[in-house]
Design a protein around this ligand. Sequence first.
Ligand SMILES: O=C(O)CCC(=O)C(=O)O
Ligand SMILES: [Fe+2]
Length: 369
Amino acid sequence: MYKKGGNFGLGEVSGDLSIVGDFTTIPVIDVAGVYSENIRDRKAVAEKIRDACTRVGFFYIEGHGIPQELIDNVFSLGKQFFALTFEEKMKVFVNNRPNYRGYTPLFGSGNPNKEGLGNANEAFDWGHDPKLNDDPNDAFVDPFMKGENVWPTESLPEFEECLSEYYRRLRSFSRVLARNVALSLDLAEDFFDEDLAHPGCSAVIAHYPPQAPKSEQFGLDPHSDSEFFTVLAPGEVRALEVLNKRREWVSAPPRHGSFIVNIGDQLQSWTNGLYISTMHRVSNLSRLERYSVPFFFSANYECVIKPIPKFVLKGTKIEYEEITAGEMYKNTMIKFHRIATTHPVYSKYVIDGIHDLAQHESQKHLRYT
Ligand SMILES: O=C(O)CCC(=O)C(=O)O
Ligand SMILES: [Fe+2]
């Protein structure tokens, strides 16, 4: 369930924070039918999506139509980026951007351990900005996280173009998939369209180096995603695990050519818990370098997320707080990146004030117009 402040970065899983599904395997869905002009084809996909979203919250997708070459190029450039020197990568340090774009160093995010180290991954974030927006009516009013993407253009001239193309491609696919999600909920297919006109999406290339076998740290702490849904390119190395009702962590290994889609807190809230935003975590115990690219598909930042009345049964209590998509994202990012601002190695790169919590709190009076 989405609680104010989000639950990203939880070190342990407590029962009351998440709804968990009854599953032992993650379904595989061929989604090619979402592009069909024939409603019967679209409905056939929607039925499978409904089953996966109510029971698991995770599913593999085939037939998505996103060119493998584009995915491969993103991974290849990501590997080149992470191979740059620390100083070079820190030129685009995430904590010097109010909108959390750029580089998060290894151990620089998540819950710190006794030595003050966080998650065993390094990452590069990019996302919604005026340049990537495709809605002429979007004024890009974001009181919390104003700013543009930041690119390591000096070292990697092709980075911006390739990652921007990936962003646009994944956003357009996600809009089509969202129509099928609407259908799966017996809503009009265009039900979410307006709220996804200038979606505040973001994407990450993450590098998870191999962890020591008995490492107490995670590659990524157990969490649920805060957005509408996530379309994950999981790379080639098994490391992602998904929590079921019996408190078992079910492995979600990569399947070549498939993405993994998981429901986020926005959709869980919109459906009043019918669709599950399932907890998951990453531990890379494979001895191989792992790279993955989640694309977080969100509603417009100013969109207020609250249960759709038809999912609220008479006499039941609404358990989900009303919150804008932008605030959800901001809360997640502040929590997730706090460690980088206090860690002795990274803090010397921090420009004071940008990620001051008090400063964010004091902006609370600002609202989208
Ligand atoms: O890399 C993965 O397999 C999952 C990443 C993830 O869960 C996230 O970034 O939210
Ligand atoms: Fe996640």
